[in-house]
Design a binder for this molecule. Structure first.
Ligand code: BTN
Ligand code: NA
Length: 569
């Protein structure tokens, strides 16, 4: 508690803010209960994990946003814009291809395979070992990320308002675990819808009050313009430059593909759609909402700059953490307006709840589908569902432990989250790309590629922590730091991690495949018949297993879908 509890929402306006926060938690619980007691009452894994594959595109698209738009973005992005200007806004350019490729490349393949876990594809294409490696990698990524998402809002609030830290983490974690365990994917998707609305409302409120209290739109614009926080198009090709149009607009595409193309949390939402067209439509509908989310958090950073541009309140705050400063700004703007601080607290926790509930549910799904069911085929449906619920609950508790670990990480939470996605999500994207676009890759190559990709990713990621240059260089710091050799390698912008690690997996995967299974060339069918791809008809072949000693064989029981154009030319 930085002694700013005078600014705290719960000292000035008191009860009404607590009520709003409590209403948010209660509403989420109510939705969880509703889906626990209605429909099939969550008695089958098809319902608990896949929502009976009956969802419409609107809730699915809002739930897709909610999965990877957490308090990290709501607190981290304004801090980024305040410190470095609007260069980060260019990440919005990556949303075009970052959503088109999932819609027309990854969804068709994964939807038609009728899988529950994205990693089942890896077994069909490669082998069980590759599937297990993919699943374990995904579990590591989401468990670490969940910890950051639970910790962020609680830490930020505690830093500024003295709001009870671990009590909040516990309350959030328990409520989330409960409704996810009771109501399954249907509850997670519908709470995501409700929480996304609260998230947008909270940010909008802060922006409107903030602009009004900082002298109106023209005054805000004048201050950010003079403070040169409106960044131009930075076309600097230097890959060690932290944020440029290339690292954000192009590097961001690979980040988006790793999240919206192959991440189980998003794939599960596509697969829960009633038809493939509905899934593709939900992917398209993500675009405007994602741009809105990005705009709100960027504008919030600009208003915050207009408010404090001269002074630097970190001395009052006692911490130079930009993340804590964002909460200070919000409480400074909203104090004395009954209900608004509570609305923002609800916004923060809605963002966190909607992300960690998606993480719980997708972790329970892959653990069940990839790590348990294959070894217990005779397990009864009710037993499997009960186990899935136990898994969701245990992941909830694990996430609280991870929240504590986040305590120890440096950097702004936004950078921590983006680094995790780059270091772990990038290699997984590489693994799927190796399988889908390189028919001659085999499972030995895939495992070697993934292992190498993860090793290199952690080498760069950990190395970057020790070299100054990878951190955020404040705008006014114009010291020319020219890293050389290994230091240059460590200085790679973290926005390139997804692309860099993806290509490492593909490169190593291909080399090892050639060295171990050259006969493969004759057997695997192209996933896409390339010359057809651009004539509007997509022939999705289910892949034959790569060459075994006895010549090509099709051990999997999926017959190739031959020559049936999936949508007419
Ligand atoms: O908010 C978080 O929890 C993670 C930070 C943002 C993750 C990436 S950034 C590009 C894409 N847009 C989003 O809203 N989330 C993802
Ligand atoms: Na969220």
């Amino acid at each position: 508690d930085l002694g700013l509890s005078t600014l705290g929402p719960f000292s000035q306006t008191g009860v009404v803010d607590y009520v709003i926060f409590a209403v948010l938690l209660a509403a989420s619980m109510a939705i969880g209960l509703y889906y626990a007691l209605s429909g099939g009452r969550q008695r089958t894994t098809q319902e608990f994990l896949m929502a009976d594959r009956s969802m419409h595109c609107l809730p699915v698209s809002l739930s897709l946003i909610a999965s990877f738009q957490s308090a990290v973005a709501i607190i981290g992005v304004p801090g980024e814009i305040y410190t470095h200007g609007t260069q980060y806004w260019f990440i919005g350019c990556s949303y075009i291809l970052g959503l088109l490729i999932p819609a027309h490349v990854f969804i068709p393949v994964l939807y038609r395979l009728r899988v529950s876990s994205a990693y089942q594809y890896l077994e069909l294409r490669f082998s069980k070992a590759v599937r297990i490696c993919g699943t374990l990698t995904f579990i590591c990524q989401m468990v670490i990320y969940m910890g950051v998402c639970v910790y962020t809002p609680a830490f930020a609030l505690n830093a500024v308002t003295g709001f009870e830290l671990w009590g909040t983490v516990l309350a959030t974690g328990l409520v989330c675990t409960l409704y996810t365990t009771m109501g399954g994917l249907k509850a997670v998707i519908w709470t995501d819808v409700f929480q996304t609305v609260v998230m947008f409302a909270g940010q909008l409120a802060v922006i409107m009050v903030g602009v009004q209290r900082t002298g109106g739109v023209s005054e805000v614009w004048r201050k950010v313009w003079e403070g040169n926080r409106i960044s131009g198009l930075d076309l600097n090709p230097d890959p060690t430059e932290r944020h440029t149009f290339w690292t954000l607009g192009v590097g961001g595409i690979f980040l988006m593909l790793s999240l919206y193309g192959v991440n189980q949390a998003q794939v599960q939402r596509y697969l829960s759609s009633r038809t493939e067209k509905e899934a593709v439509r939900s992917c398209y509908m993500v675009f405007p909402s994602l741009q809105l989310a990005l705009a709100l958090s960027c504008v919030m950073g600009l208003v915050m700059f207009a408010r404090y541009c001269g002074e630097d309140p970190s001395d009052k705050l006692g911490t130079s953490s930009r993340d804590a400063m964002v909460i200070y700004f919000v409480m400074d703007m909203l104090q004395g307006l009954p209900g608004l601080p509570g609305l923002f607290v609800a916004c923060l926790f809605s963002a966190a709840l909607s992300t960690i509930s998606s993480a719980f549910n997708s972790l329970a799904t892959v653990t069940m589908e990839d790590l348990i069911k294959p070894y217990f085929p005779a397990m009864s449906e009710s037993r499997a569902t009960l186990l899935s619920k136990a898994l969701a609950a245990s992941y909830g508790l694990l996430c609280l432990a991870m929240a504590y670990l986040t305590h120890l990480m440096g950097d702004s939470v936004l950078q921590v989250a983006l680094k995790i996605f780059g270091m772990v999500g990038g290699p997984i994207l590489g693994l799927f790309s190796l399988g889908m676009f390189f028919p001659w890759a085999n499972s030995t190559g895939a495992v070697a590629g993934l292992g190498t990709g993860l090793a290199v990713a952690f080498w760069v990621g950990i190395g970057s922590i020790f070299t100054r240059s990878s951190g955020a260089r404040p705008l006014q710091d114009n010291s020319v730091f020219r890293p050389t050799g290994l230091k240059r390698f460590y200085s790679l912008s973290y926005m390139w991690y997804s692309a860099f690690n993806c290509f490492t997996v593909i490169l190593i995967g291909l080399i090892i495949s050639f060295l171990t299974g050259r006969q493969v060339l004759m057997c695997a069918y192209p996933l896409y018949n390339p010359q057809l791809l651009f004539t509007n008809s997509l022939n999705v072949y289910f892949l034959f297993r790569p060459y075994e000693r006895r010549g090509c064989n099709t051990r999997n029981n999926l017959s190739p879908v031959r020559e049936t154009p999936l949508f007419s030319a």
